[in-house]
Design a protein. Structure first.
Length: 306
């Protein structure tokens, strides 16, 4: 049986539509900052108490949420309408089914097969099998997990897009947006010539790294979460795949561009791929880890030798 990991918070999928093509209804509540835990800790934060009504299983019921927004990050964070959707999905899991994973998959309002999650999990299975064999362990079960995922990859190939794409498992519709998760196919050894061409097109459209959404897509926003910025932590995973597949020139290019971003601006969460503007939080440990283990490794020695 073909199986794919599913995500209840696939961001690219959420861009195009709410679960079942509907939007949560909001009932305005109190706007007092006292209603929001920790609101006083962020001076530029606005907090509103609201209720969400989710159609379908939650019809007629409401979920109480705390909504917050930061004026200093409005151009970077998801918009409130998007947060409403994400929170509704989380609250369904918490309030309605008690975080029962089986019920979330069976009845949840949003279920996506996501390329990025799929490729990372596939690589993890295969790496685990390598370790198991080295230790003399029976890895038959692990190999079956990897085989099931690999056999299911055609299910997330969107021929109209010419790339792997997030797929709504309820409606069987694709998100229709080329995201950087598609290029994690290199990490899993699942690339093809059509994807190679897409990678170069998307990469050449910006100056730094791999954009998290196609720069030619209508949703492209170079500084907003997952709508366009480049993330060193994702670029590093892609670089492993490029290296392992023998594309050493592309791995070197990606490393150099990532190193330039970090050298110029420090350990920010992510960056605008068009002009290198640092975005998100500063002093991010995953960006520091990428510098230490990949982007900045041996650069000091190389500069000294020059």
């Amino acid at each position: 049986m073909n199986t794919l990991p599913v995500s209840c918070i696939s961001l690219i999928g959420a861009v195009r539509r709410h679960p079942y093509g509907v939007t949560p209804k909001l009932a305005q509540g109190s706007t007092s900052s006292n209603d929001c835990p920790g609101a006083s800790l962020v001076k530029k934060q606005r907090c509103t108490k609201q209720h969400i009504q989710v159609p379908g299983l939650l019809a007629g019921s409401t979920i109480r949420i705390h909504k917050t927004s930061r004026k200093d990050a409005e151009g970077m964070r998801p918009r409130e309408a998007e947060y409403d959707r994400y929170i509704a999905m989380v609250q369904f899991g918490v309030k309605v089914v008690g975080w029962d994973q089986t019920r979330i998959v069976a009845d949840g309002p949003f279920l996506m097969a996501d390329p990025g999650i799929t490729f990372v999990l596939l690589r993890a299975h295969e790496d685990l099998a390598v370790l198991g064999r080295a230790l003399g362990e029976d890895v038959t079960e692990i190999e079956s997990w990897a085989a099931a995922l690999r056999n299911a990859l055609p299910l997330i190939w969107n021929p109209e897009l010419g790339a792997y794409d997030a797929k709504d498992l309820r409606t069987r519709l694709f998100a229709g947006v080329l995201g950087s998760g598609a290029f994690l196919a290199y990490l899993a050894g699942a690339s093809n010539p059509e994807l190679d061409a897409q990678l170069i097109r998307v990469w050449d459209a910006v100056r730094y790294g791999i954009a998290s959404a196609d720069p030619e897509a209508a949703i492209f926003d170079p500084r907003r979460y997952w709508r366009g910025p480049t993330w060193p932590v994702i670029d590093a995973l892609m670089a492993i795949g490029l290296r392992d597949s023998g594309r050493h020139d592309l791995e070197a290019r990606l490393r150099a561009e990532t190193a330039e971003l970090i050298e110029k601006h420090g350990f920010f969460e992510y960056f605008d791929p068009t002009d290198a503007t640092p975005c998100g939080g500063d002093n991010f440990t995953w960006t520091a880890a990428i510098w230490l283990t990949w982007a900045g490794r041996d650069l000091d020695q190389a500069k000294g030798a020059a």
